[in-house]
Design a protein around this ligand. Structure first.
Ligand code: TRP
Length: 345
């Protein structure tokens, strides 16, 4: 979808379209997160200008243990790279290292309505989940996300379906700002990658697989060991049928077929033929082993990266310098437009 606003010539340091996405360093990523996001990103690195951010400012909208937040920030960056994102061809950085995110978020807060933020389903869900900590940051979370995106004149934002409402709000705020002050922000489009958009819990296949499920058998994490992965798939909840094929009331098998297809590239028909005359047990074992095999090289690269903090820090430093160089252009334009004075340094 093209936006009329974007046809207007805007500051574009390069011809490539810009992609921005972010992952919170607030828990271990599941195979659902992996299939729906970072696994797809390396394929974009040559055709687009890609920025991937570890959004630590967003993470503190719910209480975090400081040492754990710090560790997970490194881990998330290492996972980006372990999944195949080359820091030379993508801008990989940590949100709090580029102050322009917080600065633009403040400005955007003043152009985002209380009513709009009140309608965000993630805010409503999290308010229920963290009822004793409904802080202002949780409420204005979407303004910070809008700042992340708009700072880089982003064209495309790959996200999970649950984030599309935030993208819509980002577009509304950007359009509103542009209407008042003239072309300032490019209007971004969100897109939800097809593969792995919806990986369900292994224990309750009617629920989405979640990073924070209290049931240990529900979610498979990218960093789970081989035995653990195989065991979780063996225990996956299925149904009383015996034929490996999709069907209504076969949520568990449908989900396993989705996972197997995503990791092997096989079609449903190919999977059905492969397991014809074999039971669910064989199929579950095959899915578990396939997932474990696919994740093993990612895990190995992850461990090597985590053993070299100095290198990770140099990637962070380089990434935030590149991100800042892009972000400051937008921020100073915004400051000028709203009427802030900008002394020359
Ligand atoms: N809110 C997103 C999530 O929880 C993470 C995020 C923060 C993000 N800023 C972003 C995603 C900007 C895309 C673009 O998944």
């Amino acid at each position: 979808m093209e936006n009329r606003q974007n046809e207007v010539t805007m500051d574009r340091p390069e011809a490539k379209k810009v992609i921005f996405s972010g992952v919170q360093p607030s828990g271990m990523l599941t195979i659902g997160n992996y299939l729906g996001s970072i696994k797809n990103w390396p394929a974009l690195q040559d055709d687009y200008r890609c920025l991937y951010c570890v959004v630590d400012l967003h993470a503190i909208t719910v209480r975090q243990e400081p040492a754990e937040l710090r560790r997970r920030t490194y881990e998330t960056l290492a996972l980006y790279m372990a999944a195949g994102l080359d820091p030379e061809r993508n801008i990989l950085f940590v949100q709090s290292h580029v102050p322009a995110h917080a600065e633009l978020a403040w400005v955007l807060n003043c152009y985002t309505m209380f009513g709009e933020l009140s309608r965000m389903t993630q805010f409503k869900d999290k308010s229920r989940k963290y009822a004793t900590n409904i802080n202002a940051g949780l409420f204005t979370y979407p303004s910070l996300m809008a700042a992340d995106i708009l700072l880089y004149q982003t064209d495309l934002v790959p996200v999970g379906q649950d984030q599309m409402q935030h993208i819509e709000l980002t577009r509304d705020v950007a359009v509103r700002f542009n209407q008042v002050y003239g072309e300032t922000f490019r209007i971004p489009d969100g897109f939800v990658p097809k593969a792995g958009a919806k990986i369900m819990s292994l224990a309750e296949p009617e629920k989405k697989m979640s990073k924070s499920d209290s049931n240990k058998n529900a979610s498979v994490y990218i960093l789970d060991g081989r035995d653990e992965i195989v065991r979780k798939f063996k225990r996956a909840v299925t149904d009383s049928d015996t034929v490996v094929c999709r069907g209504e009331n076969k949520g568990g098998i449908n989900n396993l077929m989705t996972i197997y297809a995503a990791f092997t590239g096989k079609t449903d028909g190919e999977i059905e033929r492969e397991f014809e005359g074999r039971g669910y047990g064989d199929f579950k074992l095959a899915v578990g082993e396939t997932v474990a095999d696919a994740l093993a090289p990612v895990q190995e690269r992850f461990r090597a990266l985590m053993a070299d903090k100095g290198y990770l820090e140099s990637v962070m430093k380089d990434g935030s310098a590149k991100a800042f160089a892009m972000a400051r252009k937008t921020l100073s334009k915004v400051y000028r437009k709203v009427g802030f004075t900008q002394p020359k340094v």
